[in-house]
Design a protein. Structure first.
Length: 249
């Protein structure tokens, strides 16, 4: 009897520990962690056949529409939360009737797209609420953000000869627009600075009225296309906005 009680206790402690670990890692879940079920992907396959395959083809290889599997597709959506891909699909697809499906059906279709991209299923269904805390990464796990994609970060404006730079930059994150969305600039104001440096290119395409010489040493919200070459990282700027007139940490 005593033994049984101990076994029960150990099982409970083990279960609680697992829950705590799972909560601690919640932010770092990726599509490699089995984030949908096989049954869900099957449901998604049927919905895909009915609503998507006429343009993207039964095997997702695309034709007139882009492929929904393979390297190019993953490069479009990796190093970002699943929510970005989901939001695109839900608000833009099927192309002739955007938003016309039930949210759960969109989630099922997303599960099917993941399974067709050879990500493994797991024991818990994917839910709309979880999308923001799951990152889409390639088969080898997290990798650098692909070049020429839209990113955003915060940094300190500095001049080096003819060039402008953002120093002490936070780690860039992917974004989907050239201009900040609601709340994005405010979030930058609160974001801690980091250790990156980005050359700024095409400053002339900036919002009228932003003169870099008026913002030297300011903390800026930056948005644009990621460049990368032997000189280091750069940003083809689409938006700069001062979020603090000092860069003191
Ligand atoms: C009438 C044709 C059509 C249908 C039906 C359709 N799509 Fe598309 N889809 C397109 C076209 C064209 C594009 C490229 C243009 C764009 O991005 O808006 C596209 C783009 C996409 C992309 C972005 C691909 C990339 O390369 O990043 C995704 C994801 C997508 N569709 C998913 C879906 C899903 C899921 C469905 C079904 C719910 C669906 N589409 C139904 C025509 C279609």
């Amino acid at each position: 009897m005593l033994r049984l009680r101990w076994i029960v206790r150990i099982v409970i402690i083990a279960a609680l520990t697992k829950v705590a670990v799972a909560q601690g890692n919640e932010k770092h879940k990726t599509v490699l962690d089995g984030v949908f079920t096989a049954v869900q992907a099957e449901r998604g396959k049927a919905a895909y056949a009915a609503h998507c395959s006429s343009c993207h083809i039964e095997d997702l290889s695309g034709l007139a529409a882009p492929a929904l599997k393979g390297e190019q597709f993953l490069d479009n959506w990796r190093e970002d939360s699943l929510k970005s891909l989901f939001t695109f699909i839900q608000t833009r697809m099927p192309q002739r009737a955007p938003g016309s499906l039930k949210p759960e059906m969109y989630v099922d279709i997303l599960s099917y797209i993941l399974s067709a991209n050879t990500y493994s299923s797991g024991s818990t269904e994917l839910s709309a609420d979880a999308l923001g805390s799951i990152d889409l990464v390639g088969k080898d796990g997290p990798a650098p953000i692909p070049k020429f994609t839209l990113i955003t970060f915060t940094g300190c404006l500095a001049r080096a000869g003819d060039e402008w730079k953002l120093e002490n930059a936070s780690a860039p994150v992917r974004t989907r627009q050239e201009k900040p969305a609601d709340g994005e600039v405010k979030a930058s104001a609160e974001k801690p600075l980091g250790t990156g440096t980005f050359r700024l290119v095409y400053l002339d395409s900036l919002s009228p009225g932003f003169l870099p010489e008026n913002h030297v040493g300011h903390k800026l919200h930056a948005q644009g296309y990621l460049l990368s070459n032997e000189k280091g990282e750069g940003l083809s700027v689409t938006w700069l906005e001062s979020v603090a007139s000092t860069c003191a940490k």
